[in-house]
Design a protein around this ligand. Sequence first.
Ligand code: B12
Ligand code: SF4
Ligand code: SF4
Length: 308
Amino acid sequence: MTLTAAQVKARAMELGFIACGVTDLAPTPHGGFLDAWLASGRAGTMRYLHRQARKRKEPQLIDERARCAIVVLDNYYTPDTDADRRPPRLAKYARGRDYHRVTVARLDQLGEYLRTHGARYARSFADAGPVPERELAQRAGLGWIGKNTMLIRPGTGSFFFIGSVFTDLPLSLDPPFTTDHCGSCTRCLEACPTGAILEPRVLDATRCISYLTIEYRGALPEDIVPQLDGWAFGCDACNDACPWNERFAEPTTIPEFAPREPLSADPHQFAAMEEASFSVRYSETPLTRAGLNGMRRNVRAALGSHSP
Ligand code: B12
Ligand code: SF4
Ligand code: SF4
C-alpha cells in the first residue's frame, strides 16, 4: 500500500508532534546568505557549519536516495516559575531530557511506519547532521523565519524543536510558507541582552549567550559577562519577548520534556561536584554539551552578572 501525505501527518500527530509538512530537497534560495554569514566570521568556533555548508545549501546531497523530507515540530515549552527566572538560569529547551534522544526516538517510530508501508529508506534528523532545518520547515509550510531567526508558527509561536525524516516515498508536497508575520515589531532585537541580533534575521553567534554558554570553550569574553542577565546555559530572551509566544505558547504534553529542578535551587552545586556525579545527574540532559567545567564557568559568570 502506498501511503498518502495525510496518513503520514496523522501518524506524526499520534506520535505527539504538533505539526508536520512535506517538502522537496531542491537547493535553498538562501545559499548566498549562508556563505556570506559564514565568511563574516559570525559562526565563531562552530567549524562544523563551514564543513556542512555544501549539504545545507543542497539538501539532496545529504542522501541521494531521498525524494522528500517530512518535517515535524516538537513542542518543548514549559512556563517559567519564579525559580526559573532567578540566576543561574537555564533555557527552557534544556530543562528536561535531551531532545536529541526524545525527538529522534519518535522520528524513528515515524520512519518505521514509513518502512512498513513501502518506504525502502527513512532516516531521522534532529539538530544533528547538515540539515537546514528552519529552511526546510518554512518550505514545508510550517511557519516563517522571524527577525530573531527562529522558525515561528502562527497559533503556536517558536518554542519547539524541528525534526525531519528523509525518505524515498513519493509523498505530495506542501506549499511553502511565504508570508512574514513580524510586521513592524522589533521586540526580539530590543530584548537581546548582548545585541547579538545585528539586524532582522542576522545573528552574530559570537555575541549570542546561547553560543557562548553551550558551544564556546575557553573564557567567556569580558565585555559579555556583565550582559549575561543571569543565563547559565542557553538563553530565551529573544523567544520570550516574541508576541507570538506570549500569546500562543502552550505547555508541552511530552512527558520527557517535563522540567527538572531549576539550577537556582542549588546554584553552587557544580563547584563541589565530581565528574561522576555530574554524569549521573545530567547525562540525559543537554547540559552534557557544556560539561562540568563549562557549567562551572557559566554559573560563575551568570551569578556575577546578575544585578538583583
Ligand atoms: C548553529 C545553531 C545555533 C547557533 C547559531 C544560531 C543561528 N541563528 O544561526 C546558536 C548556538 C547561537 C544557536 C542558538 C539557539 N538555537 Co540553534 N541551531 C543551530 C543549528 C545547529 C544550525 C543553524 C544554522 O545553520 N545557522 C546558520 C544560519 C545562517 O542558518 P539558519 O539559522 O538555519 O538560517 C537559514 C534561514 O534563515 C535562511 N534565510 C536567510 N534569510 C532568509 C529570509 C527568508 C525570508 C527565509 C524564508 C529564509 C532565510 O538562510 C539561512 C541559511 O540556510 C540548528 C539545527 C540545524 N541543523 O539547522 C539549531 C536550531 C536552529 N536551534 C534551535 C534552538 C531551539 C536554539 C535556541 C532557542 C536555544 C536556546 N534557547 O538557547 C537558540 C536561539 C538563538 C537564535 N535566535 O537563533 C532550533 C530552532 C527551532 C526554531 N523554532 O527555529 C534548531 C532548528 C534546532 C532544532 N532541531 O530544533 N543555535
Ligand atoms: S538567544 Fe539570547 S543572546 Fe542569543 S540572540 Fe537570542 S536573546 Fe540574544
Ligand atoms: S519579537 Fe517581533 S520581530 Fe521578533 S520574531 Fe517575534 S514577531 Fe518577529
